[in-house]
Design a protein around this ligand. Structure first.
Ligand code: FAD
Length: 423
């Protein structure tokens, strides 16, 4: 017999753990389901650290969300009595018209955020571990810093459980269906019913939401830890997180973190990435071709860091064509909420969007302005609009009562049965 909940969260990694926590905290009967163990290393939310910042170069519209995200991270630290955020700042470096520099300045100006503008030599003098190229400008944001990524996921999950959520791991969801009023979710062995469903399936969103034909691409993104040869790179020596946008001929962006242990620091390339056909089969081996551009960057900009990695880990970006997130309700089923396409910059938002997913799943709306993240903007890149209110056996969608609705001039009730390959 199916077990009954108020809300089911499909995928309790970065965003799903936030959603489960906020839903459970509001007193709802919550079920969270994941194919892997808590805070695992097979998706997009692992590798020790994530940068968090306010002067958002990607788009000023993210800033109100970020202000709320900061508040919610502080609340989570207070409730869990655990430090999750280190306010060590962020150094952005690039040509004056680079996206990072000009975008951060724009967001700071529009939202009255505090940033410091520095010349390349002033930045190098202040943080002697860096060698900022002379043609670059630098922007320092003192409010930025790092989040301990696995600790954040674990804390959201642990507190979701404390607030009464049931969380099940190691059992992939194989199908879901909705009548618009009720959802039914199945794993290989169990069946669950709820009033609403939140789908936060990360790199599996494309297959879990196959009926929508979302234009998502999964990219292989390795990260590396390198030995430092100077205490200047240590968190304790006020070394900030960093993001360098190298000029056109290198066409690459690199980011990294201060050394947490005084021995190694983490660096990775934000640009590029190999397309992944199946997230379960991504190549996690160390490749010399991944290391080489980062080693070149280190030689140029962090010269006292060794260029042979001592450790690596492979992560996944799930990117939309415009690199902005998808946060919306399902176009056919208002009781199904979708969060996906976080495009390699989502983690810092898992606190605030966890709360937004809880709003959308329970009231259908949220006070925060999210229009710029809606699904409709991607419609010309999907065949989504064509499939609205129509039968499509290829995607397992069934319109129920559509002829009756057409006669009555009302919107049809739709039921979808989305079966996908979970292996
Ligand atoms: C290398 C790297 C560096 C990054 N750096 C930053 C940064 O500095 N700052 C920042 O803000 N963001 C950063 N990001 C982006 C951020 O980490 C991601 O946007 C975010 O973690 C995505 O979370 P998610 O919940 O979408 O995915 P995940 O955390 O992967 O969660 C999805 C979950 O769904 C589960 N799932 C999928 N299908 C099923 C199924 N059928 N049944 C059951 N469970 C299922 C998966 O097992 C998984 O646990 C980075 C990402 C990477 C890869």
């Amino acid at each position: 017999m199916a077990e009954v909940f108020d809300v089911i969260v499909l995928g309790i990694g970065g965003f799903g753990s936030g959603a489960a926590y906020h839903l459970a905290r509001r007193g709802l009967r919550v079920l969270g389901l994941d194919r892997f163990r808590p805070a695992h290393d097979q998706g997009s939310s692992h590798g020790e650290t994530r940068i968090i910042r306010k002067a958002y170069f990607e788009h000023p519209d993210y800033v109100p969300l970020l202000l709320k995200a900061y508040d919610l991270w502080a609340d989570l630290e207070a409730e869990s009595q655990q430090q999750l955020f280190w306010k060590c700042g962020l150094l952005l470096a690039g040509l004056p018209d680079s996206e990072a520099i000009s975008g951060a300045r724009l967001s700071a100006k529009q939202h009255g955020l505090t940033i410091e503008n520095l010349t390349a030599s002033a930045a190098t003098d202040r943080w002697p571990g860096f060698k900022v190229p002379n043609s670059f400008d630098a922007v320092f944001e003192a409010d930025a810093g790092l989040l301990k990524v696995e600790d954040c996921v674990r804390t959201h999950l642990d507190l979701a459980t404390t607030h009464g959520a049931m969380l099940l791991f190691g059992d992939p969801v194989v199908s879901w269906s909705s009548t618009g009023r009720e959802v039914r979710v199945c794993t290989a062995t169990r069946e669950f019913i709820a009033a609403s469903l939140v789908i936060t399936a990360g790199s599996w969103a494309g297959s879990v939401l196959a009926g929508l034909g979302l234009p998502l691409q999964v990219l292989r993104k390795p990260m590396f830890w390198f030995e430092t040869r100077s205490p200047a790179y240590n968190l304790a020596a006020s070394m900030p997180t960093f993001y360098f946008e190298m000029p056109a001929e290198a066409a690459s962006t690199f980011y990294g973190f201060p050394s947490l242990d005084g021995q190694v620091l983490k660096v990775a390339q934000h640009s590029g990435g190999e397309l992944v056909a199946d997230p379960l089969l991504v190549d996690r081996q160390l490749r010399e071709s991944d290391v080489q551009p980062i080693a070149d960057f280190l030689r140029t900009c962090l010269p006292a860091v060794r260029t042979q990695p001592v450790r690596h880990s492979t992560c996944l970006y799930t990117v939309t064509p415009d690199r902005h997130f998808v946060v919306d309700r399902h176009p056919e089923f208002s009781n199904v909420v979708i969060g996906c396409g976080f495009s390699g910059h989502g983690f810092k938002f898992t606190s605030v969007l966890g709360s937004v997913f809880a709003d959308l799943a329970t009231t259908g709306s949220t006070e925060l302005s999210l229009d710029f993240l809606n699904l409709a903007r991607l419609a010309d890149q999907t065949s989504m609009a064509d499939r609205r209110y129509s039968c499509s056996s290829g995607f397992g969608m069934t319109a129920i009562g559509s002829q009756e609705s057409a006669r009555q001039g009302t919107a049809p009730t739709l039921e979808t049965s989305q079966c996908f390959d979970a292996d």
